[in-house]
Design a protein around this ligand. Structure first.
Ligand SMILES: *Cc1c(COP(=O)(O)O)cnc(C)c1O
Length: 396
């Protein structure tokens, strides 16, 4: 069966848990997306810009030294770090930006935590000549000043959010409020496979270009499908993007790696699939980090992009059905993965995929050369150098 169903459910997860005022805007979005999805001209334009502007297809790179050092499997890296702006997020902002344009929207609103989604959105809005407003918590603005500057240079307006904890979840509330107020001319651009239907489905479909390319590349170069695909899971978009075109190939083991922060037992982590319970957040049912009263807990990870208390509904479904295995990796282990790839391949990874690198490196040791592991290298590490030098001052 093709998921989600027509109400936006992946099994018992997903759906549209929204106030009455959002019912009509979501219905408008759903029908506009359905029309775009069926229109080959829409995909022709998306694919052309993916090629000329994002730089796709990104390489599937054989990590020769890394593979040799671990002595086990053949390790391949899907190089989303080489996509324009340095991560996979641009695939989704381009797709939704084109959809907004097609819907005749003159304005895009988005929220951002660490600023990566804000930068990708501002980049896309500059290309498509659409006004861009990004909501960002004051706390995050302090921590991520370089990304604030980037967004401003790209012509976006960054609106500071001073309510609540002054971080991502408060920024989400403000962006939604703006959307409700200005829905006739405004498009709300969500950054991962979360939120109410149709966002998890749309974002998956735009990001699945990663997996489609990977499939063609691995078949062309190795004549075989891989044995394992490993990707980090924050909201879940880069992982769904690479997993989705392989979901029906049951022998292929799919592994999603969450952030264990300072350890699952410390409570300081961002692992809703490993240590959460089901509940409703930001318009959808999913596994969530929450206390016994259903209060959403604050999350923590050294990787800014993994620091979110919920996770996409499709991942929740794959967890329950067992199609994907989920695991978690701590800050310190991710830092090991970060150094390992930097020194063996001359590629400085973002801290998010460094979680996947660590896991894959452990896995590789027990495998043989004829077995292929593909790691989704979701982004480059330039954005994280400050965090890494603070965390490992001695080692650097
Ligand atoms: C944002 C981000 C992530 C986490 O988001 P997903 O939706 O889970 O992919 C992972 N890697 C990088 C480089 C990011 O910027």
């Amino acid at each position: 069966m093709k998921l989600p169903d027509n109400k936006g459910y992946f099994g018992e997860y997903g759906g549209k848990f929204v106030p009455e005022v959002l019912v009509a805007p979501l219905a408008e979005l759903e029908s506009a997306y359905a029309e775009a999805y069926a229109d080959t001209r829409f995909w022709d334009e998306f694919n052309a810009l993916c090629h000329n502007w994002i730089g796709r297809p990104t390489p599937l790179y054989f990590a020769r030294q890394l593979s040799a050092k671990l002595g086990g499997a053949t390790i391949l890296l899907k190089r989303e770090d080489l996509a324009h702006t340095g991560a996979h997020k641009i695939n989704n902002t381009l797709g939704q930006g084109l959809l907004a344009k097609r819907m005749g929207k003159k304005r895009i609103v988005a929220e951002t935590g660490a600023g990566q989604h804000g930068v990708a959105t501002a980049t896309t809005c500059a290309l498509l000549n659409i006004e861009c407003v990004v909501y960002m918590g004051e706390e995050d603005i302090q921590r991520q000043s370089l990304n604030v500057l980037r967004m401003k240079l790209l012509g976006a307006e960054v609106r500071p959010v001073s309510s609540g904890s002054r971080t991502l979840k408060d920024a989400i509330n403000e962006a939604i409020r703006d959307w409700i107020t200005n829905v006739s001319n405004t498009y709300y651009l969500l950054g991962s496979v979360v939120g109410p239907h149709p966002y998890p489905m749309m974002v998956r479909n735009f990001q699945s270009i990663i997996g489609k390319e990977t499939r063609e590349q691995v078949l062309a170069e190795y004549g075989n499908l891989p044995n394992y695909i490993v990707a980090c899971v924050g909201g879940g978009s880069n992982s769904i993007g690479i997993f989705y075109p392989f979901v029906d190939d049951s022998p292929i083991k799919l592994i999603g790696v969450e952030a264990a922060g300072k350890g699952l037992s410390s409570g300081k982590h961002a692992s809703p699939l490993m240590a959460g319970r089901t509940g409703v957040l930001h318009g959808a049912r999913s596994y969530l980090m929450q206390d016994e009263h259903g209060q959403v807990l604050t999350t923590y990870s050294i990787a800014p992009g993994l620091d979110y208390p919920g996770v996409g509904p499709e991942h929740c479904y794959y967890k329950d059905t067992g199609r994907v295995n989920y695991t978690s990796v701590t800050d310190n282990q991710a830092l090991d993965g970060f150094h390992l790839l930097s020194t063996t391949e001359g590629i400085i990874p973002a801290l998010e995929p460094a979680h996947a690198i660590y896991y894959a490196a452990e896995l590789a040791k027990d495998l043989t050369k004829d077995q292929i592991i593909i790691i989704n290298l979701s982004g480059r590490g330039d954005k994280d150098l400050d965090i890494v030098s603070k965390a490992t001052g001695v080692r650097l």
